[in-house]
Design a protein around this ligand. Structure first.
Ligand code: TMP
Length: 209
């Protein structure tokens, strides 16, 4: 791909870790620097992503393996669709900030299904585009549950202490496994939002030089 392609930054962490605040801050900072940037999320707003939201809220029941497959399918559609696909934006020189990507699939579905199998499901996405940086915001499940209790009336499928603990542990083993091949930043999410935003910028600003 051309050198003037956009950069691809993904945010990861357990539910309630503070991703949204940091994504908002990063986008604002990039906009003040006149860097073209687009914010997006997974599950996406596309057809498969909408189905997944229904599964997460409990409106639709499905098996964990089916969920794992749907997340990977949603990712390919999010990447490749010709209206607002991530790959299109990147090729147009627009920087993309994405709330969750492949590591979420590995960490959340890896708890209940085979990690190798999920890696296989995501292999096409990996051949097309890999994040320039994965930013993992780490908080203890107790902190995330406390934050969510203040802001949400409804708990989604994975928002229990047990599951979030397993998912966080899974993230840590993934970081160990992938850190030689991928750029992964681990940030302490219990710090003040300003301090977190500074750490993130210090680590990724070189991508935009
Ligand atoms: P969020 O919109 O608050 O980030 O919630 C999305 C939920 O979807 C969150 O519980 C994590 C889950 N998820 C997976 O389980 N696998 C995936 O591949 C993705 C992208 C999200």
């Amino acid at each position: 791909m051309a050198e003037n392609r956009g950069r691809f930054i993904t945010f990861e962490g357990i539910d309630g870790c503070g991703k949204s605040t940091q994504i908002h801050r990063l986008k604002q900072r990039m906009e003040t620097m006149s860097l073209p940037c687009w914010e997006t999320f997974e599950p996406s707003s596309g057809p498969v992503g909408s189905m997944l939201r229904q599964c997460l809220s409990g409106r639709m029941k499905t098996d964990e393996r089916t969920m794992a497959t749907l997340f990977a399918a949603d990712r390919l559609d999010h990447l490749l669709n010709d209206q607002d696909g991530i790959f299109l934006k990147i090729r147009q020189g627009i920087h993309v900030i994405c709330d969750r990507y492949t590591l979420s699939n590995y960490a959340y579905q890896g708890v209940s299904t085979s990690l190798d199998w999920i890696e296989g499901l995501n292999s096409e996405a990996g051949k097309i585009l890999r994040p320039d940086y994965h930013i993992f915001i780490d908080v203890e499940p107790e902190v995330s549950l406390e934050r969510m209790a203040k802001t949400r009336f409804h708990r989604d499928l994975y928002e229990t202490r047990e599951r979030l603990t397993e998912v966080r542990n899974c993230y840590f083993s993934l970081i160990d496994r992938f850190q030689e091949d991928e750029n992964i930043l681990v940030v302490d999410g219990s710090q003040e939002a300003d301090a977190i935003a500074e750490t993130i910028w210090e680590n990724i600003s070189f991508l935009f030089e």
